[in-house]
Design a protein around this ligand. Structure first.
Ligand code: GTP
Ligand code: SPV
Ligand code: MN
Length: 606
């Protein structure tokens, strides 16, 4: 029998509250051993994972892992926010009383780590020393070494982050469960992913994948964080955060923005300026998935990325679409690939959109581990990689990471954008000057769901602020909180809605996207500065065609441009009816939000 306290002593884990928590869950889960980890354990734990088969080598200093084939994305219908107050119930947070969920999870986890090691991962989801530190610390307990290796990349990990914090830490318990016997997606589904928000406790059972298992990232960094932010005056959002420097004028702008999962945040934050614009603009990466945002004592809206790494979508990542990402996953950087195609002979990896499909099939296995060469004619067109396959790399590996990406003071935010996969209606960009209209726009963000959530790809749905799967309390209160926080800012952040995904009748994207997305963002900052006036429409200000820098765009794009710079009034009028129904579901919607809705509707009818 392991003496837990001896292990904690040896690891220098002195926080008494953390020690009691580890002891409690060690007893419940029935783990055989306990181990406290820090980032310095990475090389040793990589060896452990290679030896037990959790990882396979993927060339020099890169690794490959395959998750169970029914465990490849977040499971939204199994994800629950529990509290003791029914007033926290929203439309999207799957609220349940904590008195119901906690016993369930304790029962599921009891004895469920038998024979395994319980890893204790003390972590911080913030640059150390920030004003939000006490909301950012947590201790994940997991029985899965792969999860530890992912957490070491995605969070700051070590006992020094939590020893001094007393009880100010999130309790985050992860138990993998017997994956082949959990009934995933059936009426007998045994998985539960629960955030007990008012107790700052996260209990996830039945997965080893991504947001289901790396509890610092989504469960704490978004769900728990946004609940804490609501109670303590800051915002926590599924946002990327980037900086644009205009080397000619010396001006620098920081823009954050929410696009639903797998809709382009990582790509935008890693983008390079289009070649045709020369080297005038430089884009810096602060964050690609989460931003914590507050107003400082001088009234300036600021934000930082709480993460330490990037858990990026592999699909379509290549030298052309995202050269920065390709540089950040070069050999030797400790990158972990999950659910891509893997060559067991050469250790090469591949995914759809990586480049030419290998023609020599020798050694190639698809994401399920099945030999490609053995495929039947019917299977020939199936994907090699899972569409939600991912790469994990640290921000230190990202070539355009800003010097201050790790600055606890965060950076000033000049613009807030919302966007998603919308095949019609939404123009390339529309700027919104008014706070309530900006918040209203985020609240009514409608987009096609992606493969980042199980079984939902392509479904059109509203995804408020891109937080639908991560909402921790009611949507009306959420809107009011936005009005309160951003309303305090005196530095005039501008809002905008963007869409890189409008399609033509033949299904093609009308805008080339990727690096070219910088062009509308540059226009937005010029508009904020009063350097261009744009064209007023009922739904915001869109660029006049000649205000956009069009240098070097191809013929087709130039021909399509008028379509994506047009407001389809009839389609928008129809949309306003849907929006009304969408907002009517929510309780406590602020009057300002309804006024914004009515103003836009009236403008459209005028
Ligand atoms: P999460 O990590 O799930 O929150 O996703 P994300 O929002 O960071 O999405 P990401 O940048 O990883 O992009 C998801 C997918 O969209 C990838 O397959 C990209 O190649 C693709 N994508 C990103 N930007 C664009 C774009 O401008 N145009 C087009 N057509 N596809 C894009
Ligand atoms: C998302 O789905 O928005 C992600 C990936 O960022 S996961 O960590 O799986 O939630
Ligand atoms: Mn995300």
């Amino acid at each position: 029998m392991t003496d837990v306290n001896t292990v904690l002593d040896q690891a220098g884990l002195t926080n008494e509250d953390v020690r009691a928590y580890v002891n409690e869950w060690f007893a419940i889960t029935g783990a055989e051993r306990v181990e406290v980890v820090s980032a310095a354990d990475d090389a040793r734990l990589i060896q452990v994972a290679l030896e037990n088969g959790d990882l396979l080598p993927a060339g020099e200093g890169s690794y490959f892992s395959r998750s169970y084939f029914k465990d490849t994305a977040r499971a939204e219908e199994r994800t629950i926010v529990a509290t003791s107050d029914e007033a926290d119930k929203g439309i999207y947070n799957n609220w349940k009383p904590s008195s119901e969920m906690k016993p369930k999870l304790i029962e599921l986890m009891t004895g469920a780590s038998k024979g395994k090691t319980m890893y204790v991962i003390p972590y911080l989801m913030a640059p150390a020393g920030s004003p939000l530190d006490k909301f950012a610390a947590g201790v994940e307990l997991t029985d899965n070494v792969g999860v530890v290796l992912q957490m070491i990349r995605m969070a700051r990990v070590g006992v020094d982050y939590i020893n001094h914090l007393g009880n100010d830490f999130v309790r985050a318990v992860h138990v993998t469960g017997d994956l082949p016997n959990l009934g995933q997606g059936t009426p007998d589904d045994k998985r539960y992913f629960v955030t007990v928000a008012d107790e700052r406790t996260i209990l996830h059972f039945g997965s080893s994948y991504g947001g289901n298992a790396l509890l610092g990232k989504i469960a704490h960094g978004l769900r728990q964080g946004s609940y804490d932010g609501w109670k303590n005056g800051f915002l926590v959002e599924q946002f990327m955060l980037l900086g644009i420097t205009d080397k000619e004028t010396g001006k620098k702008y920081n823009i954050c923005g929410g696009f639903p999962s797998a809709s382009g945040k990582t790509n935008l934050a890693m983008t390079l300026s289009p070649d045709a614009l020369g080297d005038r603009y430089y884009v810096e990466f602060y964050g690609d998935d989460i931003a914590w945002i507050w107003v400082d004592d001088n009234g300036v809206l600021r934000g930082f990325n709480p993460e330490n790494g990037v858990f990026g979508v592999a699909k379509d990542t290549n030298e052309h679409t995202n050269p920065t990402a390709i540089d950040s996953i070069k050999p030797g950087l400790g990158v972990i690939y999950t659910n891509v195609a893997y060559n067991e002979k050469t250790q090469a990896v591949w995914w759809e959109g990586r480049g030419d499909k290998p023609t020599d099939l020798d050694g190639w296995l698809d994401w399920k581990g099945e030999r490609i060469a053995d495929r039947t004619a019917e299977q020939a067109d199936e994907n090699w990689a899972h569409p939600n396959s991912r790469f994990t790399t640290t921000i230190a590996n990202v070539p355009n990471a800003a010097e201050q990406w790790d600055d606890p003071a965060g950076v000033e935010i000049h613009g807030i954008i919302f966007g998603g996969r919308t095949r019609d209606r939404e123009p390339l960009i529309r700027a919104i000057n008014d706070l309530a209209e900006g918040v209203y726009d985020g609240l009514t963000l409608g987009a096609e769901a992606t493969f980042a959530a199980d079984g939902l790809e392509g479904v059109l749905r509203y995804d408020p602020m891109s937080m639908r799967p991560f909402m921790s309390y009611g949507e009306g209160d959420y809107a009011q909180h936005w009005l309160n926080v951003v309303g305090k800012a005196t530095n005039n952040p501008i809002f905008a809605h963007v869409n890189w995904f409008q399609r033509g009748e033949d299904g093609r994207f009308l805008w080339p996207g990727y690096r070219e997305n910088l062009r509308p963002l540059l226009w937005l900052m010029q508009y904020r500065n009063g350097e261009v006036t744009g064209v007023e429409t009922p739904v915001g200000v869109i660029p006049a065609r000649d205000e956009l820098n069009l240098e070097g765009l191809d013929e087709q794009t130039l021909a399509d441009l008028d379509t994506i710079l047009t407001i389809d009034t009839a389609r928008w009028q129809q949309e306003m009816g849907y929006r009304k129904e969408h907002l009517e579901q929510f309780t406590n919607v602020p009057a300002e939000i309804w006024e914004a809705h009515n103003r836009v509707a009236k403008n459209l009818d005028a």
